[in-house]
Write a protein that binds this ligand. Structure first.
Ligand code: ADP
Ligand code: ASP
Ligand code: MG
Length: 422
């Protein structure tokens, strides 16, 4: 017998029929002798709908009230799944974030889980009841409802798995695992049987939305075994216990598997950044600091940065990227500080995409970046900025060339599936 936390995403929970399919999967895990807790997302599209209501009601909405509204999507699905399980003869009940409770900090709309009271959950599971927990929501120190940021149900699931010391956290979604790139963009993407925490963390943070970034860092820290697998399966599909999806594993575990590793594990695209260039900034110590200080003070995350070599007159250009959602605020802050910074023009472009290649193999092999630059150049794709980490190379390109770039790189790193059907 094992203790398993199962998480179902929005597409899997979209409507009564799909919830019945989910209930069936849950019931089978329990029938296999496991103790189960289930974490659910709102129905697909529901959170977007609720966010829009908030915007319509008040464009400068109070994040605490936003949380009251958007947390409701998961309340509905958790109740519906409990009802469906009961209709199948299972013992089941819902546990809302405030009932357990799931304690978070007070950063509304992007709260962090601090602690989960697991006592009631453990008692319920031990009594053979299926605990159904709405993802995405928690309780602030001031006893107000919080939410964990978009995609946050993944993090709820991993946190619950850590709290109840689960043997495995199965993340059921609309694809059957983590692929070399988004299988909806590249038909020849290949499913990975294993990926390391570090690679998954990097892939998530550069745009692979299959797992929320925080869920991966939490799993890594708490050593939670995470599997990504499909909820769109038939009754005769291999059981989750045979690990049909993608397992997230440690470096050591991966080495022990002795698999043939590709140099690059995955490719991700992110269209959520915007590029800002400031021209003719003084090329002297401290000048760049005056650009980034006001952004940091306003919690705006700057990602890629390039400063050109000074041309003449001791002046230089600085280019950097910020989240698209923060572009207007960035522009306003830079204008406000224009005299202090001393730039000539500000040029912004939100039609850009960041393409990243990720793989632990990069540590021991040279030439990853040059393969990338050459493959893009051969297709006439212009690189506007570059950034690297130990296991990642990212480039900024024109947004219209996103799909082409991902396909070209997928082929260049020899990742294409050899399967004829793909
Ligand atoms: P859920 O609603 O279950 O949380 P998401 O839509 O958040 O599902 O995440 C699943 C989606 O992630 C897939 O439908 C797929 O389009 C996308 N995706 C992006 N990159 C990858 C990848 N490397 N492997 C698998 N899926 C990916
Ligand atoms: N429903 C939330 C969202 O759409 C959380 C989640 O599904 O993970 O962002
Ligand atoms: Mg998701």
């Amino acid at each position: 017998m094992a203790r398993i936390v199962m998480k179902f995403g929005g597409t899997s929970m979209a409507g009564t029929e799909r919830i019945r399919r989910v209930a069936n999967i849950v019931r089978r895990q329990q029938a296999a002798g496991h103790e189960v807790a289930v974490v659910v997302s709102a129905m697909a599209g529901e959170t977007d709908r609720l966010v829009n209501f908030c915007r319509e009601a008040n464009p400068l909405y109070d994040p605490a009230e936003y949380d009251v509204v958007v947390a409701s999507g998961e309340q509905v699905t958790s109740g519906l799944l409990a009802l469906t399980l009961q209709a199948m003869g299972c013992k089941a009940r819902s546990w809302l974030g405030w009932q357990l409770p799931i304690h978070t900090d007070d950063a509304h709309a992007k709260a962090r889980i601090e602690d989960i009271d697991s006592e009631a959950l453990l008692a319920s599971m031990a009594a053979g009841e299926i605990a159904v927990i709405p993802g995405f929501q928690g309780l602030s120190p001031a006893n107000r409802v919080t939410t964990l940021g978009r995609g946050g149900s993944d993090t709820s699931a991993v946190a619950v798995a850590a709290a109840v010391n689960a043997d495995r956290c199965d993340i059921y979604t609309d694809v059957d695992g983590v692929y070399t790139t988004d299988p909806r963009i590249v038909a020849k993407a290949r499913k990975l049987s294993h990926v390391t925490y570090e690679e998954m963390l990097e892939l998530a943070s550069v745009g692979s939305k299959v797992l929320q970034t925080r869920s991966v860092s939490l799993a890594m820290k708490e050593k939670v075994r995470v599997q990504v697998l499909s909820s769109f399966i038939d009754d005769d599909a291999p059981a989750a216990d045979t690990l049909p999806g993608t397992m997230i594993v440690s470096d050591e575990e991966l080495e022990g598997l002795d698999m043939e590793r590709q140099l690059i594990t995955g490719i991700a695209a992110d269209k959520n950044e915007a590029k800002v260039t400031l021209t003719r900034i003084a090329d002297r110590p401290g000048a760049v600091a005056t650009v980034f200080e006001p952004l940091a003070a306003n919690n705006i995350n700057v990602d890629m940065i390039i400063q050109n070599v000074a041309k003449d007159k001791g002046e230089t250009d600085v280019t950097f990227t910020v989240p698209k959602a923060d572009l207007l605020r960035t522009q306003a802050l830079l204008e406000e500080n224009k005299d202090k910074i001393g730039f000539f023009r500000m040029i912004s472009d939100d039609k850009v995409a960041k393409i990243s290649v990720v793989g632990v193999g990069m540590r021991s092999h040279a030439g990853v970046a040059s393969t990338m630059f050459k493959a893009l150049a051969d297709r006439g794709i212009n690189i506007q900025a570059i950034s690297t980490s130990e296991i990642k190379v990212s480039v900024l390109i024109d947004e219209d060339e996103t799909e082409l770039a991902v396909r070209v790189l997928h082929t260049a790193y020899d990742l294409d599936s050899k399967d004829e059907a793909a």
